[in-house]
Design a binder for this molecule. Structure first.
Ligand code: SF4
Length: 276
C-alpha cells in the first residue's frame, strides 16, 4: 500500500506534451548544434573530424556540416571545437525525409516553399486517417537493445502514449505505423519486408535511432544493411543513440500528422515505393 501515499505526494506525473511544452533538464543532450559560421581554427575542426567515430562531420572550406543520422552524441566534437559544436538539450530532432538531418543546410540546398508544401501535403494525405487512433508495430532489426528501453518507456506513466491514441500491437496486420530500430541486420531484412508488406494502407514508417538511419557505429557490414532505408521506405527519421522517449514521441506524432515539422524532399519518392 506504499503506493497510496506516494501517489498522493507525487500527484500526476504524466506529461502534457505536446499540448504543453515539456522536456528534459539542461544537462540532457538531444543533439549537437552546429554554428553557421565555424568558431574554431581549421586545425581544431580537423581534430573534430578525425575524432568523430562515425564520420558524421564534413568540413568543406568554411562550411561545416554534421549528419545527425550518423551522430551517436559522443561529445568529442564539442570538446575539441566548442566554438562550432554545442550540445543541445532539445529533443524535437526527428525529420520527414533524410536530408534535413544534415545540419546546417548549405545555401541552395534548403527545399523551396513549393517543394515543402507538396511533400507535406503528400504525407498528410497518407496519414490523415491515422490521427485519432494509431497502432504501432515495433520491429527490432538488429538493435543493441538501448533503443528498446526507450521505446518501452513510451507506455510508462510519464509518457503514456495511450492518452494520445497511440497503441502498440503485436500484429503487423493491425498496425498503421511501423517503428523500426536497429541496423537492418541481414537476418532481419526478410522479416522486416514481410511486416511492411502485410501492413494495411495507409502506413507510415519511423526509423528510430542512428542505427536504423545509417547503421551507427556498425554501418554497412557483412551482417548489417547500414540502416533500414535500403530495406523498406522510411518516412520519418528519429536521430539519437538511443533516441529519448520524448524524441520518439515527437517522431511518431510527426509521422501521423499531429505535429508539423521540418519536412522533406523524398516524401514523394517514398509514396511511390509504398504503393507496391
Ligand atoms: S557528438 Fe556526434 S558528430 Fe560529434 S564527434 Fe560524436 S558522433 Fe561525431
Amino acid at each position: 500500500m506504499a503506493w497510496v501515499p506516494r501517489g498522493l505526494r507525487d500527484g500526476i506525473v504524466t506529461t502534457s506534451y505536446p499540448r504543453r511544452p515539456d522536456g528534459y533538464g539542461p544537462g540532457f543532450v538531444g543533439s549537437v548544434a552546429v554554428s553557421q559560421v565555424p568558431g574554431d581554427p581549421p586545425d581544431a575542426l580537423a581534430d573534430a573530424v578525425t575524432a568523430c567515430p562515425t564520420a558524421a562531420i564534413v568540413v568543406s572550406g568554411n562550411v561545416v556540416q554534421l549528419d545527425r543520422g550518423r551522430c551517436i552524441l559522443c561529445g568529442r566534437c564539442s570538446e575539441l571545437a566548442p566554438g562550432t559544436f554545442r550540445p543541445d538539450p532539445g529533443f524535437e530532432t526527428a525529420t520527414v525525409g533524410r536530408r534535413p538531418l544534415v545540419v546546417p543546410a548549405r545555401a541552395g540546398e534548403e527545399p523551396d516553399d513549393a517543394t515543402l508544401a507538396a511533400a507535406r501535403a503528400a504525407l498528410g494525405r497518407r496519414v490523415r486517417a491515422l490521427r485519432r487512433s494509431v497502432h504501432v508495430r515495433h520491429v527490432d532489426a538488429g538493435s543493441d537493445g538501448s533503443d528498446e528501453w526507450e521505446v518501452s518507456a513510451l507506455t510508462n506513466p510519464v509518457y503514456d502514449v495511450q492518452r494520445l491514441g497511440v497503441f502498440f500491437t503485436a500484429s503487423p496486420k493491425h498496425a498503421d505505423l511501423l517503428l523500426v530500430t536497429g541496423v537492418g541486420s541481414i537476418g532481419m531484412t526478410g522479416p522486416l519486408e514481410q511486416v511492411y508488406d502485410v501492413m494495411p494502407h495507409p502506413k507510415v514508417v519511423v526509423g528510430a535511432g542512428v542505427e536504423a538511419v545509417t547503421g551507427g557505429m556498425i554501418g554497412r557490414r557483412y551482417a548489417s544493411s547500414g540502416g533500414v532505408t535500403g530495406v523498406i521506405p522510411v518516412d520519418v527519421f528519429v536521430p539519437g543513440s538511443p533516441p529519448s522517449p520524448f524524441g520518439l514521441l515527437y517522431g511518431i506524432l510527426l509521422a501521423i500528422g499531429v505535429l508539423a515539422g521540418p519536412v522533406v524532399i523524398g516524401a514523394e519518392a517514398n509514396d511511390a515505393r509504398t504503393a507496391r
